[in-house]
Structure formats: C-alpha cells, structure tokens
Design a protein around this ligand. Structure first.
Ligand code: FAD
Length: 335
C-alpha cells in the first residue's frame, strides 16, 4: 500500500461532470485529484455529439479528452481506479475529513465531489463477469475495432443495441442481435436500417449463459416464451447494450438518496453531508446531458471552494472569467 495523499478536493468520476469539476477546482488552486475507472464516462461512448454548445459536431472521446487536458493544464491529478469505499472522520477542529479507498490506495480529501454517473446494466448471467474484457464488452463504440473480422452478438433492442449491431455489421462477417421482444424500442430510422442490414435477428430470446475457455466462445440463448427451448450460438464477442442504471451503493448511508437511489442535491450541488458535493447523472437532476453534467460539475467545484474557505480556512486563488488573477488571495468567505 502506498503513502496516503491529502487533497483539498477529491472527485469521483471523470465524465463530463467530474472533468468540469476538476477544471473549476484546479483553477481555484485547490489541490485536486480525480479518481476514475475511465476518462469520459458515457460521453466517450458515442462518436457523435452535435449538441454541445459552440461545437457543431465532435466524437465523444475527443470532446472528453479536451475536457481532461484542460483540467490537467491547471494542475488536476488523475488516478485510474475504482473507488470502493468512502469514510468520514473528524479532524482536531471537528470538521470532516474523508478517506477514499481503492483496491490499492487510500486518498484523503477535505472535500469530495461525487460525479460517478450511471453504470452499465448487466445481464446477470453465468459467464458475464468471468468473460468481462475477454469477449464481453459494454461499449461497441469503444471496442468494435477489436472484433474486426470476427463473429459477434449484441444484446439489446433500444437505440444503443441497434446502433451497436449496425456499427459492428460494417466490420464483422456475422452479427447476431439478441432481443427479448419481437419489436424494437429503437428509433424507426435505426430499425429500418437494421432491416436492410445483414444482422441476424434472434428475437423473443435472452442470453442464459456465456461460455468459453480463455475467451468467449459461445452464448446459450433461451426462448422467452419457452424456457426449455435453447440454442447455442458460436460467437467471439458479446456486446451488452441494455442501458444504464443508478448504482449508488458506494455512498449509501453517507448522503441522502431519492427513491431512485440518486443523490439528492441542493441548487448549489450540496449533498446532505457537509463537505460532500455531487454533480451530473448520479444526482436527482431532471435532465441527463453532457452540457448539464458539465454545468453541475462547475457548480459543485465552486461550492466546494466556498465550503473549504469557510470551514477549513482555505485560501485559494481566483482565475476565472478568463483573466488570470493569481495574485488575488481570496478572503475567507470571499466571493
Ligand atoms: C451512447 C450515449 C450517447 C449519448 N449522446 C449524448 C449526446 O449526443 N449529447 C448529450 O448531451 N448527451 C448524450 N448522452 C448523455 C451524456 O453522455 C451523459 O448525460 C453525461 O455524459 C453524464 O456525465 P456524468 O459525468 O454525469 O456521468 P458519466 O458520464 O456516467 O461518468 C461517470 C464517471 O464515473 C466513473 N465511475 C463510476 N463509478 C466509479 C467508481 N466507483 N470509482 C471511480 N470511478 C467511477 C466512470 O468510469 C465515469 O468516468 C449520451 C449517453 C450515451 C450512453
């Protein structure tokens, strides 16, 4: 285990919300760490973003890499890991200090910004976990090139599933699309493209098991109307494209959640726990979009800055509004 590091603010998640929080926090001279499993989160899973203001069209990974580079330019640090625990202790001044644990390290922060977004919905079938990264993928946009020339199966009948099947059909000789109904929930235009494509539809069916050796070799598909009716399909890849869910187990009992287990926040991105802020898709905001997550990330960082000034006597700098004011020491509680 390496030495403990202490940060003014630690951000969990490097999607649009976390990366924007990192930019704003580091521009206020907070010692900032982002701990994330990946860079870009959901936005990095699409090759077409057409509604980020000021940018006509940009692949998601490119936009997210720009977010990261900008945050790094102002000093934000990154650690690539899953946060598996967050605990609170009180310091000698009776103010909270948070310890964030990954499987290998512990990091201490005076403020925390939760921006861990949404999590892929899993099939929950035997073999799924075992073959994760060994043929099972949750992001066709990211991983499709790795399966070029191979037989693959996609699961899902919504936009993501149909989109993934169409993308893979451009580079794979055989693509199966497994869907548990007879009709698709995807947009009509995508369904029409699917009908014209070479994708083989496996309808009214669900995956019962994923089998293989070192990597995926086949899936066992079951008829949803007759569980005795099964079929084995040889495939080297399984793309699980069945949407996203809220997974907030990490912070259960630490901050208040709404009935959907989303983090409840104030209009200033505060949670019920002083010192912990939250932003983006993991919160109880109404709309989930890149620009919205980015806006909440900025709010969370600015509020964390204000909190650190008031509670911890933190003295940062203000370099916002496009003009560097590095010499301006902000008074405690200053604006
Ligand atoms: C296919 C697709 C296309 C989309 N297209 C558009 C679009 O065109 N325009 C638009 O505005 N919006 C679009 N969206 C929605 C948009 O991407 C999201 O609303 C937005 O990106 C959410 O950002 P976020 O930072 O709140 O969360 P996320 O993007 O979900 O990021 C969460 C981050 O937290 C990390 N994380 C999670 N748990 C942990 C943990 N325990 N420890 C460490 N890290 C963790 C993840 O690895 C990830 O980096 C699309 C979404 C998808 C899936």
């Amino acid at each position: 285990m390496s030495e403990q590091k202490i940060y003014d603010t630690i951000i969990v998640g490097a999607g649009a919300a976390g990366l924007t929080a990192a930019l704003y926090a580091s521009r206020r001279a907070m010692k900032t760490l982002v701990i994330s499993q990946d860079i870009g989160g959901q936005a990095a899973m699409t090759n077409e973003i057409e509604n980020y203001p000021g940018v006509d069209f940009i692949p998601g990974p490119e936009l997210m890499n720009k977010f990261k580079a900008q945050a790094e330019k102002f000093g934000a640090e990154f650690a690539y890991a899953e946060v598996v625990g967050i605990s609170k202790n009180m310091d000698e001044k009776n103010t909270p200090v948070f310890t964030l644990s990954t499987n290998t390290d512990k990091y201490v922060g005076n403020a925390v910004i939760l921006a861990f977004g949404l999590t892929h919905r899993h099939l929950g079938v035997p073999g799924e976990k075992e073959f994760g990264g060994k043929g099972v993928s949750y992001c066709a946009t990211c991983d499709a090139p790795l399966f070029k020339g191979r037989t693959v199966a996609v699961v899902g009948g919504g936009n993501s599933g149909v989109d993934a099947a169409l993308l893979l059909a451009k580079m794979c000789p055989k693509v199966y699309l497994v869907h548990q109904r007879a009709e698709f929930n995807a947009e009509a235009v995508l369904v029409e493209q699917l009908k014209q494509s070479s994708v083989e539809l496996v309808l009214n069916s669900k995956i019962k098991e994923i089998q293989g050796d070192a990597r995926v070799q086949k899936i066992i598909v079951q008829d949803v109307n007759d569980e005795n009716k099964t079929r084995a399909i040889d495939t080297e890849g399984v793309f699980v494209e069945i949407g996203f869910v809220v997974d907030s187990k990490l912070i259960e009992g630490l901050v208040e959640l709404d009935p959907r287990k989303q983090i409840k926040i104030s209009t200033d991105a505060e949670t019920s726990q002083p010192g912990i802020f939250a932003a983006g898709d993991i919160t109880n905001i109404s709309f989930k979009q890149v620009v919205i997550s980015a806006g909440w990330g900025a709010t969370a960082a600015l509020k964390a800055y204000e909190y650190l000034q008031k509670v911890k006597g933190f003295r940062g700098v203000s370099i916002d509004w496009g003009v560097s004011k590095k010499s301006t020491i902000m008074p405690v509680g200053g604006k």
